[in-house]
Design a protein around this ligand. Sequence first.
Ligand SMILES: Cc1ncc(COP(=O)(O)O)c(C=O)c1O
Length: 437
Amino acid sequence: VSALASMRLERSDLHRGLEDPVLQSMSFLNEIMSRFPDAISFAPGAPHPSFLSGVDVAKYIESYVDHRCKNGVSPRLARQSLYEYGPSQGIINDIIAESLRVDAGILAKPSDIVVTVGAQEAMLLLVHALCPSQRDLLAVVSPCYVGILGAAKLLDVEVVAVEEAGDSLAFDQLARVCRVARKRGHRVRALYVAPDFSNPSGTRLTLQSRMRLLDAAEAEDFLLLEDNAYAFTADPLTALPTLKALDKTGRVVLIGTFSKVCFPGVRVGFLLADQIVRSADGSEQGLAECISLSKSMVTVNTSPVAQAIVGGMLIEHRGSFAELGREKSALYRRNLGLLVNTLDRRLRAATGLTRGVTWNHPSGGFFVRMRLPVRADLALLEISASKFGVLWMPMSTFYVSPKGGTDELRLSCSYLEPNEITEGVERLVRFVRSLRP
Ligand SMILES: Cc1ncc(COP(=O)(O)O)c(C=O)c1O
């Protein structure tokens, strides 16, 4: 046996997106957590471990196969379809469409859905399809999920930021961004927005802001890419309609994920794109169908085994995504409430201590945004981890501009136990007390 030789390549010969810090943010999390295994980590937005044990995938696959058999497919074919290549658009589109109907009142045709390898693939395929030239810009409500920024980087698509403003967004900036784009001969093709408890800031858009955003998309002629990853964590009594449910003119493409409600290792998400694409010869095709063509050259199809697990999980919960997520949603709300209340009690109680330290009070999602009187950068994180045993995520990762979020951090409560949250806040109190503005 001889060792393999390694050839040296020049970084400058690789795609320049690969150098972007955004692409390193996922591995950065793993790296810092493995270096400080005893630290309490408010860093990753990972699911609570209790939801990952005892997942009976065989049972869910059986439920899916049974469901197909009840609808007239032979048991042999229903089972065989799991082990074959499948249609690029997916095999559980009807089950997803039904869950959108029962949970959100969205009447989607299965043929307008593409089942993707996580929401991440949906983002990549959408940015690829909608921004074909240098003139096509992607706007994002900022700060935003790194997955969309990374997808745009890999595709060389220019991203422009529209800042959040309280529980709304800077509509005047949105209008300006569109105007400036037009002046440059460019166009804003789509705006990425997570209206329910966004990652990283936990912001939720009010109903009024949602309506205004739909009007703005119509007036400025762009699509809305709605990512509703955390909508399931809303208190059912105060849940707001998705943009897609409010969409009267077909401007919204919905991006969904099963990572939070099933489990992330299943790698299943979807997009609902019911827009119609006109060709020069007058023929028409659904946008979802168009996008499934590019999917067939990226991942061919989403694993039918993984789709069957998700399909079975939904069927076992009366076809409802909300029902499937109910227990998880309650646990995440409990954790978030505990984090916010403990911050309020412990950090605010120490008078003088909270000067220049502020945090928001989201009512759902996984995240709390905190502002410090100093730079919340990697050097400070290193100190926080090594001296105080507490980890968090610097917020600057989630901004388009390098100047964004430099004094902010993100705290995630999703995968901690209550005693870890309270102890973690005690450590944060000691860390914050040590800061010298
Ligand atoms: C805003 C947002 N969208 C989507 C996802 C999930 O993506 P995926 O389905 O690729 O796991 C996450 C996960 O962290 C997220 O925070």
